[in-house]
Design a binder for this molecule. Sequence first.
Ligand code: BMA
Length: 324
Amino acid sequence: MKTLAPSLPNIPWEEQPSGCRDLVWRYSENPIIKRNQAKNANSIFNSAVVPFNGQFAGVFRVDERTREMNLRRGFSEDGISWKIDDEPIRFIQQTREPVESEYKYDPRVVFFEDRYWITWCNGYHGPTIGVGYTYDFENFYQLENAFLPYNRNGVLFPRKINGKYAMLSRPSDTGHTPFGDIFYSESPDMVHWGVHRFVMGRGYSPWQSLKIGAGPVPIETSEGWLLIYHGVLLSCNGYVYSFGAALLDLDSPWKVIKRSRSYLLSPQELYECVGDVPNVVFPVACLVDGETGRMAIYYGAADTVVALAFGYVHEIVEWLLYEN
Ligand code: BMA
């Protein structure tokens, strides 16, 4: 089994606590980002980070104290301690008719070809998938929305597949969406999306019975794309968000090779269970060291703070293939 990702020797890392048999374990100093550590922030969560110039950069979901949802930029030397801007990112519009979005949230970021691509949930008569890019984390450009409303959790693959850009997404509604399955779409130019395919649906096991959605950018391995995804169940007290993993075919990612029946992480710590939205772990970014297979998973906790968890790509893939 091989992880086909570049090496990242300075990936944030903490060894598995002794006696812990979980495939994914939490950072002992969680949460790494507090709700109010940027100006006027009500909460900072569901945020995306990438390696940048030997250090790290990110696009953060910062809900303002007006409770408006927006994206801000941040930088870090070690991937753990972050400095987040005072103001939202102002995208330079490269759309045919510039339209300010009503809100922005839940970003994903991935570097490929020559730039950092950003997708997010963009308010345009309801939620849909916004697409943009930056070369330098100074100037940010926005393209057309990928899909018609309503859609969320748009996640790009880290390279073209069969010569096309490829994206996972989760068609939704205008509210809190009591349903949801993952679909695949492709594009020749990052503007026109089509050739839609069903990937996988809710209901495979109870933790993912209500809806599912793609999490971080898929990780390429010799056995297939490793996708970390969130799943939701409805309890008598509301939605409970956990996350698990799936393995998708390398050339036809709408074909699921294996999928987890058990979750990898569910809300159990206080900072995951108490906050603006209780009982949420929501993964959106994953740093990977191709050399060692180490993974650092960034997830939003209780829609309030950012937390970190660790694991090994090969252990999760082997568990999916042989044990799950
Ligand atoms: C989803 C999104 C996420 C959020 C989750 C739990 O619909 O709004 O941003 O983390 O609900 O509230």
